[in-house]
Design a protein around this ligand. Structure first.
Ligand code: PMP
Length: 390
């Protein structure tokens, strides 16, 4: 056989199909997780890149350290505490997006057949990254705050996982937030069972309502934290990072050496220049305002056009709204129909590791204006309810 065995189970890439469909200029896509490109701070970034070329051009074009550009690692360390203590540069490895962080963790920790615990449902890209290293999955039942500690304990009584992967803030795909008490409860369970937690936090800064909550990595031990500039700055930069024990950072670097030697040196330096400009907090404020408006538009349009047909979780931050159609069985069945109406969503089944049938869907609101969202939801209603709805 030509390809590795695990590729047999990957099937056709649904995401690939979606991306192809999204090329159609008439398509309204609620399917991706794209930030609003019109808000990218491209002018400031251009100057950041220019300054790197002018002041450190030669060294920015040279091979560099696997763990990342040291001053960027320093800057990132200053932003984080680990179990109440400041992080050090030695706790940071810069990655090519947090997606690479997921992949490096899988490659570094998983032997074929090792078990990984996941929230139910969870980020498709994490499932894919872990699958490539032959993980087996157990999804832990969740309530409105995420993983239910008693369910976690029950599962821990049955099988020992290598780690638990979770997204405490504005979860992908559900938009849920884990409250402080729940965070502490989970950490207590993790400590009892010596369970390693992988905390993925791409959306934490995109908060529309409520108080900022401490990260799990700030509150307890045995947590590996994944961060990224994709959602607060620009995903095309591909700059993310992992914060962990020094020993874990060293092992991740060993893995990373074999993968790409190091992340893009020029871009890391440009991101640092951008950070030094001090404009990121204001930019994040703009993102919060605009995304909140778009979230509101989507909630209102759904209420207007899908009304009693849908049960939704109204997110208080992030990029996604999770909804369940009450009167259809399988949201996969409606993909073709909605494509014909020029609107895209992601069927909920993709975020589960079992082969379940579900009427849930994930809808993204960050990259469409309120007017486009209104039109898109109308199309969705037409496709799914089979009638014009106004
Ligand atoms: N984790 C989660 C939960 C995500 O939603 C994403 C992107 N959609 C990533 C990780 C990967 O982000 P990036 O590689 O761009 O940092």
């Amino acid at each position: 056989m030509k390809y590795a065995k695990w590729m047999e189970n990957t099937g056709e890439s649904f995401i690939g199909e979606m991306l192809k469909a999204a090329q159609n200029p008439d398509m309204i896509s609620f399917a991706g997780g794209l930030p609003a490109h019109e808000l990218f701070p491209d002018k400031v970034l251009k100057h950041s890149f220019q300054r790197v070329f002018e002041e450190q051009g030669k060294s920015a074009l040279q091979y560099a350290q696997t763990a990342g550009h040291p001053p960027l690692r320093e800057w990132l360390a200053k932003q984080h505490t680990r179990n109440g203590k400041s992080a050090k540069m030695e706790n940071v490895v810069v990655t090519t997006g947090s997606q690479q962080g997921l992949s490096l963790l899988a490659q570094t920790f998983l032997d074929p057949g090792d078990v990984v615990f996941l929230e139910m449902p969870t980020y498709l890209g994490a499932i894919q990254a872990f699958q490539a290293f032959r993980a087996q999955f157990r999804m832990i039942p969740c309530d409105d705050q995420g993983i239910i500690p008693e369910e976690l304990e029950k599962m821990l009584g049955e099988v020992t996982p290598k780690f638990l992967y979770l997204i405490p803030n504005y979860q992908n795909p559900t938009g849920k937030v884990m409250g402080l008490a729940r965070r502490l409860q989970l950490l207590r369970v993790a400590q009892i069972y010596n369970l390693m937690i992988v905390e993925d936090n791409p959306y934490g800064e995109l908060r529309f309502e409520g108080e900022a909550l401490p990260n799990l990595v700030d509150l307890g031990e045995n947590v590996i934290y994944l961060g990224t500039f994709s959602k607060v700055l620009a995903p095309g930069l591909r700059v993310g990072y992992v914060i962990a024990d020094e020993d874990i950072v060293d092992h991740l670097c060993q893995t990373k050496e074999g993968v790409d030697l190091h992340s893009n040196n020029l871009t890391q330096r440009a991101v640092l220049e951008f950070l030094k400009e001090g404009v990121l907090p204001d930019h994040i404020q703009t993102l919060r305002t605009v995304y909140k408006e778009r979230r509101q538009a989507m909630v209102e349009s759904i209420g207007k056009h899908l009304g009693d047909e849908v049960e939704m979780i109204v997110p208080s931050g992030g990029l996604f709204l999770w909804a369940r159609f009450k009167n259809i069985a399988n949201s996969f069945d409606y993909v073709e129909k909605t494509i014909r109406q020029n609107v895209l969503y992601v069927p909920g089944a993709l975020f589960y590791t079992d082969q379940r049938v579900t009427s849930e869907v994930r809808l993204n609101y960050s990259c469409s204006t309120p007017e486009v969202i209104e039109e898109g939801v109308q199309r969705l209603a037409r496709a799914i309810l089979g009638q014009a709805s106004t």
